[in-house]
Ligand binder design. Sequence first.
Ligand SMILES: *[C@@H]1O[C@H](CO)[C@@H](O)[C@H](O)[C@H]1NC(C)=O
Ligand SMILES: *[C@@H]1O[C@H](CO)[C@@H](O)[C@H](O)[C@H]1NC(C)=O
Length: 327
Amino acid sequence: VTLYGVFTNHSCMGVATRCLLLELLDVSVSELLQGHSMWLVQHCARDILEALAFLHREGYVHADLKPRNILWSADDECFKLIDFGLSFKEGNQDVKYIQTDGYRAPEAELQNSLAQAGVEVEGDSGCTAAVDLWSLGIILLEMFSGIKLKDTLRSQEWKDNSAAIIDHIFASNSLVCPAIPVYHLRDLIKSMLLNNPKQRCTAETALLSPFFSIPFAPHIEDLVLLPSPVLRLLNLIDDSHLHNEDEYEDILEDMKEECQKYGSVVSLLIPKENPGKGQVFVEYANSSDSKEAQRLLTGRTFDGKFVVATFYPLSAYKRGYLYQTVQ
Ligand SMILES: *[C@@H]1O[C@H](CO)[C@@H](O)[C@H](O)[C@H]1NC(C)=O
Ligand SMILES: *[C@@H]1O[C@H](CO)[C@@H](O)[C@H](O)[C@H]1NC(C)=O
């Protein structure tokens, strides 16, 4: 997360508070729990693994990975990891109780209960970076299944055979979309959820999983929920207007004028053919402009048609890549 500055705020009571000024981020994964597409799961997994690979290489453990600590950055178009309140340097764990219920690795669970019982543990018994991989495994399993697993994790069935439960979750969900090869994700999650931290995959090795080579397309819900500087307007232009050059030029002008009302437009594209035929792509200077435009344009009528305004990934737009999105 971008750090803009650090300052000390002096209250009138004489209390000094150190403050960090951070970039403002968007929705968190906990607000996205319903209906995660594979595109979204893959995006989140890759972004967070890259963050962890960096962090772990520097020798730090995040130690509090959970859906509320993973936020979308509209301008950088990726998920970011926040809240380093429990983080520690590996080999020098100066935080006694780490991680949050439901996302706590077995070794951290054990360490917490020993600390609670007042047992002094000697020597080299601190938790390692592997606790972060465990939490991410749970988060991805929750995103994939759409269910909270806190109670499942406490059950005896999970303790006896977690792999069988993971298999079951995947078997019951793949019936919905049999064409998608979900077993790569299943195997990746399994390698993150091994009880022995030494056997768990690292962030570096997890990034090599074949799961990350599958090209998924976003669902329309993803594009509504995850802001970006590019707006896509649907249900606006009749195909019949696209093939008359004068009419097409007029539409471009009208659209530009309309969209400029909400913010500074950098570029505008209306494909004449599929993919994206008749859709209006508007690139704004930044995501605060596009969010304002989305808010004000959604539900408006033009020529008696209701506008549907979703966002669109800036990187794909810049490459000229127009997804055939799943409707
Ligand atoms: C700074 O302190 C004042 C109280 O003196 C408080 O009202 C304000 O919210 C604080 N600002 C920040 C950024 O903490
Ligand atoms: C977004 O871009 C507009 C136009 O360039 C600018 O006025 C505005 O300050 C920018 N907002 C942010 C948050 O950068």
